[in-house]
Design a protein around this ligand. Structure first.
Ligand SMILES: Nc1ncnc2c1ncn2[C@@H]1O[C@H](COP(=O)(O)OP(=O)(O)O)[C@@H](O)[C@H]1O
Ligand SMILES: [Mg+2]
Length: 293
């Protein structure tokens, strides 16, 4: 607020010296603000769709667990022999444990709901997100490997936004492997850069060099529309990831090889207070792209 007023008064000062130049500066400033507002609207729109996707996934998952509890309770009641009853109790117990994991993940999301930067444990975010996607990935025959460095430092982040990025990257990876495959998520610290790298690697279709240049553009998509799980197809996912990581003072990097797969890496600073207003968009700086075709 204060800096905004300060800007206005500085325009007025220039105005008396050179009205033409001042009008141009005001117009550039107006366009910059408009651009910033549109960017945040797009990120917001993608956030709503990501939350919608997550709510439907979670509800579906919870319903599966409830059905399992109900069915095995009925089996236990119908069967008098001890072995069948023990088996029913074991199934009910494991379904109950899974239900606890799901509610803990949802509670974790609620805890991360703050829109402010805070010391954030990325391993928790990965765990909570993967619990919610576990069954869906199984359904698409995707195996998951999570590899986390010891003594990972906290990063300065808005937890829910990083979860939104992770969700987008994992869903894209899953959609790039329609016949199933392996997904590898890594969390590595980079002591020299004072940052943590979160990478999501798939062994799917890969992205050609010409497409690689466009994937962060808003509305760029090669998908016909949302898939049968209601996910993707808007072309807003990676654009939102880009904006979020930029606002975190981080970097997003993609390496891809046609027919071999793709690896997205986001780099998030440790122990640093990022700027309140994101720096101006400098694509060449924030995104590094490389492809082997
Ligand atoms: N892991 C991936 N493998 C292959 N292509 C990808 C991957 N991630 C993104 N893409 C490409 O980038 C495009 C844009 O992705 P995104 O912004 O998430 O939009 P959407 O998923 O809605 O299409 C996708 O349509 C796809 O062509
Ligand atoms: Mg997507």
């Amino acid at each position: 607020m204060t800096s905004c007023q300060h800007n206005q008064s500085s325009h007025q000062t220039t105005s008396s010296a050179d009205p033409g130049k001042s009008a141009l500066i005001v117009e550039v400033e107006r366009l910059r603000h408009e651009n910033q507002a549109l960017k945040s609207q797009l990120t917001q729109a993608q956030k709503s769709s990501a939350i919608g996707e997550l709510v439907s996934t979670t509800t579906h998952e919870f319903n599966n667990v409830l059905m399992m509890i109900l069915n095995y309770a009925k089996i236990g009641l119908r069967n008098r022999d001890q072995t069948a009853r023990d088996k029913a109790f074991e199934k009910i117990l494991s379904a109950g444990q899974r239900a606890t994991k799901i509610t803990n993940s949802v509670l974790g999301m609620a805890r991360n709901r703050s829109e402010h930067f805070a010391p954030t444990n990325l391993e928790n975010i990965v765990d909570e997100t993967m619990v919610l996607l576990e069954r869906e990935l199984q359904k698409y025959r995707i195996g998951v490997e999570v590899d986390v460095d010891d003594n990972l430092p906290m990063v300065s982040a808005i937890g829910n936004q990083i979860q939104q990025v992770l969700l987008n990257l994992v869903i894209n990876a899953r959609q790039a492997m329609p016949d199933g495959g392996q997904l590898v998520i890594r969390l590595k610290k980079d002591v020299d850069a004072n940052s943590v790298d979160l990478s999501v690697r798939d062994f799917g279709s890969g992205i050609s060099q010409d497409k690689l240049r466009k994937i962060f553009e808003p509305y760029y998509t090669t998908k016909a529309g949302p898939d049968e799980s209601g996910k993707g197809g808007t072309g807003l996912g990676l654009h939102a990831c880009y904006n979020i990581i930029e606002a975190h003072g981080g970097k997003i990097r993609v390496e891809s090889s046609i027919g071999k797969g793709t690896c997205f890496t986001i780099r998030i600073p440790v122990n640093r207070q990022p700027p309140v207003i994101p720096a101006a968009c400098d694509e060449s700086n924030a995104v590094r792209i490389s492809a082997t075709v």
